[in-house]
Design a protein around this ligand. Sequence first.
Ligand code: ATP
Length: 921
Amino acid sequence: MSDAVSRREKAHPAALEVEAVLEQVEVSIDEGLSPEEAKKRLEEHGPNVLESSGGESIPKILWRQINDPLIWVLIVAGLFAILLGETIDALVVYAVVIANTLIGFIQEYKAGKEIEALASFVPTETVVLRDGERQTVPASDVVPGDVLLLQSGDRVPADGRVVAARGLQTDEAALTGESLPVEKSPDPVEEGSEVADRASMVHNGSYVTGGNGTVVVTATGRKTELGRVSTMLDEAEGVETPLTKQISWVGKWIAAAILAVAVVLLAIGLVRGFPLVDAVLAAIALAVAAIPEGLPAVITITLAIGVRHMASRQAVIRHLPAAETLGSSTVVCSDKTGTLTRNEMTVRQLWTSAGSRYEVSGTGYRPEGEFSRSDETVEEAPEDLRELLLAGVLCNDSGLKEEDGEWRVTGDPTEGALLVAARKLGLTLKEANAEHPRRDSIPFESERQYMATLNDAADGDGRVIYLKGAPEVVLERCDRLAGGGELDRDAVLARMESFADEGQRVLAFARRFESGDTERLEEDDVGGGFELLGLAGMIDPPRDEAIEAVAACHRAGISVKMITGDHKATAAAIGRQLGLVDERNGAALTGREISRLSDEELGEAVATTNVFARVAPEHKLRLLKTLQARGEVAAMTGDGVNDAPALKQADIGVAMGITGTDVSKEAADVVLTDDNFSSIQAAVEEGRRVYDNLRKALAFLLPTNVGQALIILIGVMFFPVVGGEALLPMQPTQVLWVNLVVAVALALPLAFEVLEPGTMERPPRDPNASILDWMIFLRTLMVGVLMAVGGVGLFLFEYGVQGGGLEGAQTMAVTAIIFYQIFYLIECRSLRGSVFEVGLFTNKWVFVGIGALLLLQLGFVYLPFMNTLFHTAPLGLTEWLLAALVGLIVFPFVSLEKWLRRRREKNRSVRQERRDLPAAR
Ligand code: ATP
């Protein structure tokens, strides 16, 4: 090998000439790799992925189960029991510790995996050149030597050398910490340059923030710069959310308070003459009784199930807290095209430079339909019409093809519609391109609102620049009509308004002839001097399901704001069809008008305006901040590169799975796999369900703890010492039994509870309200006290009145509490109404749970080894019935409480309505 070659091979591709890099990775820039070669290289280099650490590590999750105040109390309690010679009790306590840790671990681990799998469910794809053709492949299939065609909004899937660039800029913050976009170009840099200075390279994990470029891949997967600093990916999120944090914080305080009470209890026991063993055991029992062991697992599971439901309704949650926040959203800001509308454009009207207006018939993308002028069918396109259609076909990046009898558009539907319209008069893309080959182009971008192409003029003599875009933008650059007529701007704008008033998206077309044979088209070349060819108006009807979803949001007290780049009149017309513009909510506000308003004025305007037109990303951000300053919890959709700040600022950032850029998906909390507005509404609905179910779990679990703690407390404080032994209504191990078994068997099914009727008719909840509110507090107290009264009462009746044995009486008390819990679970299935409103059989898991619990309880009562372990005794039929009867007392009390609360809520909402009548959403 010659010196030169070995030197070249050692040099970094960033410092090499493009040709040398292409030689090194053995690829032709025009052809790309062949599929076979790509396959071979994929086998050789492995898939282009960075193995992440898989979220939280197993020891970490395990440790979290053990590092719980309760578990420590139990471990210490077990030690005491051993010291005091109560080995069996100690064994039971440790068995419970192990079971609890394992159950918690398995559930959290599974839930975590599930959430993680969903988050990565949004695959990244990338466009490569294979065998000379553009192909979209999964980012994981990219291999060294692949030719990548990058454009604004893409995530760079591998490290690569820039071969050609047009205004190519990337954001490399993930790699270099530098958040300003970096300009990229094919010129080699100095050997030895740092990553941040390699302007001739793009790097895995960065984003294209502007322009486009061709790049040849030099490294994939672990071999990329990102792969080297692999710690980055280990920041995977755990399963914590604001809510779980709030609950675990409260849990810690409860634990501390309980420990204090337990110590006091120990003292009382000793003062009252309890033997030491019994006093300690009673204190332990109290601690065990009062801490809600099952809670963390139930919460994680509820969230995980919520996330799964949302995914099945086309909303993939990328950041877990969004699963909760969704339920509290008060306003949804949505893009128009594709989200609220179908994004199936059809050209309906044309206006040409000769002053003629044409109507176009036909629906969808099938190029069948007629052109008519003043109700007369046009068979052959006159010159003015032909030139207009030609501009639409040439200044176009989309494709139209027929597959299995169905016509499909690839690329931008707005552009596809122009191909369809031209074809209705026999003008095809192929013909047009053959006649006027394209030399260069400036693709459409929302910020510019135009697209331009440089084509050969008809007879090969010189060039022609075609310009198409938003009428205001195109008109600004025109000084005459095609064909030489005088340009009356106001008349053209009035014509455009008349199209837009019918809800049509309007595009204007212009051209400029150039002498010479230039090959490049820059933004500066399209500044002016154009002649206007005409206008096209196209419809994009609202999605039926979006109309329904908007209505559903309104019923749920959620306002919907439509934010669009389209013209004001178009936006207002679509807004009207969607039910967003009515007598209460005024017409649309434009980006320019927003800029002119002060913060205060804008604050007032957002309250009564639902449609915002010609909006740029910076307006989006300002709108969002204004809404948030008014105390709204805002969900906002976005798809472009520049939407990322708004998506991050939103309480819930929503990206589009199909049309969204990688940048927007990365910044979002939720990705809609079908781009459909109704999926946002579905996700909000699921969010409310999740929150309700979490409250149900709390309302169910907390009273158990209060009730049992009270039972022990009553025992220690008031029960006599009999035969040198403390008399207690329940043994510590029995308390554990109730806590653990009930939590797992009964509370978990609540996670599957269906949406309560009326949930989407209620206003959103106060986002600042704690989940542990007065309702939960009072309910906990009432149900807990009742449980204690029932349990202790039954024990006293059996032991004192009936003269039954201690073990039998305790077993009865435990059984009564189990029944009590079963009945209470049924009440908990609805927070407000009766279980019949939710539907008795809508959640089969409740019955599975109850069945399992009864089986376990049978074992607890009748199996000899259980009798030994838990100090229980077999019961007769009457005793079972008695226990069930005591359990039933929960029904009337909770039903009464619900009824009172509902009555109060109703009175309050009537008063509120009276107050709010003039200013509705
Ligand atoms: P929405 O926010 O509802 O999704 P949008 O942001 O997609 O709408 P843009 O695509 O930014 O709206 O379009 C803004 C304006 O630019 C349109 O009203 C239209 O006049 C013009 N326009 C849209 N698509 C193209 C295109 N492919 N080429 C040229 N001009 C276009």
